[in-house]
Design a protein around this ligand. Structure first.
Ligand code: PSU
Ligand code: MN
Length: 302
């Protein structure tokens, strides 16, 4: 297995010194945001994690290896290169064997983080149960991963391109705790809250770490959703964003967008229809998650 893992110098040193490490995904770079904001955000998020006492490990598949920690050139490549595969659980074997470039989703990043013994992962949004899933069966592999892989995922909740209610039902069935960070309601990515409640509220990094440690000490497999609301000043107005999401969903259906293209299509379309406002919100919430995630990683390390 070690043959497949390749650590950056920074992450290797952090492991030797026992420093807290935060995993980061690469699909958000290659398929979640446009260039050059994607690369710039990736760099800034890494820097925020360093400033908050942890070491960032952006994860991707390169040349037959799982890279734990990317160089600046590699970040640039994932932001700009054509033909980078969106890599989820099912794609890992294929991409490693064929030595292709793979940008890891939440599911695949969790798998790689667990292999590298990293317990905490920061992202923007997780995949979930899509609207209309009762006929399309479009349910993100991220949810199954949360049920079986021991990594806590800090995100800004589930966005309303998904069916938030069904996503919560699915997580409940799979025994995945949804923990609100300083909130009782589930944030909906672009907005600070939604009509749904979280399962548990944690008011500090230590409280999150305590819940995770107790779960894992019991030998209970799986992660958790740590839902951290977008800062109020960066949030979008909920009627505005939901109207736009409806439009984007209608266009996706009309165009017959399916499979792994759905989420990237929706993110791109929403950005276009909001004239970039959704991208600004997305960048702000990821940075906010990086601050909180670094603190939770430090608390888990104690
Ligand atoms: N949500 C976002 N930005 C993203 C994604 C989701 O706001 O970049 C990406 C993540 O990598 C997530 C993936 O794991 O989309 C989910 O894709 P799918 O719905 O195809 O499982
Ligand atoms: Mn899907």
């Amino acid at each position: 297995m070690e043959a497949y893992l390749s650590y950056s110098q920074e992450v290797m040193e952090a492991k030797e010194k026992g420093l807290p490490i935060v995993a980061l995904e690469s699909t958000i770079i290659s398929h979640g945001m446009p260039y050059p904001q994607n690369v710039q955000t990736a760099r800034e998020v890494e820097q925020i994690i360093r400033e908050n006492g942890a070491v960032p490990a952006t994860i991707a598949i390169i040349d037959g290896k799982i890279k734990i920690g990317l160089s600046d050139e590699e970040l640039e490549m994932f932001g700009n290169a054509q033909g980078v595969a969106k890599a989820s659980r099912r794609d890992l074997g294929y991409l490693l064997a064929t030595k292709k470039l793979g940008a890891t989703t939440v599911a695949a990043t969790m798998i790689c983080a667990e292999l590298a013994e990293i317990e905490l992962f920061v992202t923007g949004g997780i995949g979930g149960v899509h609207r209309g899933a009762e006929t399309t069966m479009d349910i993100s592999a991220d949810l199954e991963e949360l049920a079986m892989t021991n990594v806590a995922v800090v995100c800004a909740g589930a966005k309303s391109i998904l069916d938030i209610g069904l996503t919560l039902e699915y997580l409940e069935t799979k025994g995945v705790p949804v923990i609100g960070y300083d909130t009782d309601t589930l944030p909906a990515f672009y907005t600070c809250d939604s009509e749904f409640k979280v399962n548990f509220r944690a008011n500090s990094p230590e409280e999150v770490a305590g819940m995770m440690r107790a779960k894992w000490d019991l030998g209970l497999r799986g992660g958790a959703v740590i839902a951290n609301p977008i800062p109020q000043e960066d949030a979008l107005e909920s009627d505005f964003i939901n109207g736009i999401i409806e439009k984007a969903l209608a266009e996706a259906e009309e165009k017959g967008i399916a499979g792994k293209e759905v989420t990237p299509f929706m993110l791109g379309k929403v950005k276009e229809l909001t004239a970039g406002k959704s991208l600004e919100a997305n960048i702000a919430l990821v940075k906010n998650n990086a601050r909180v995630g670094a603190a939770i990683a430090a608390a888990l390390n104690k």
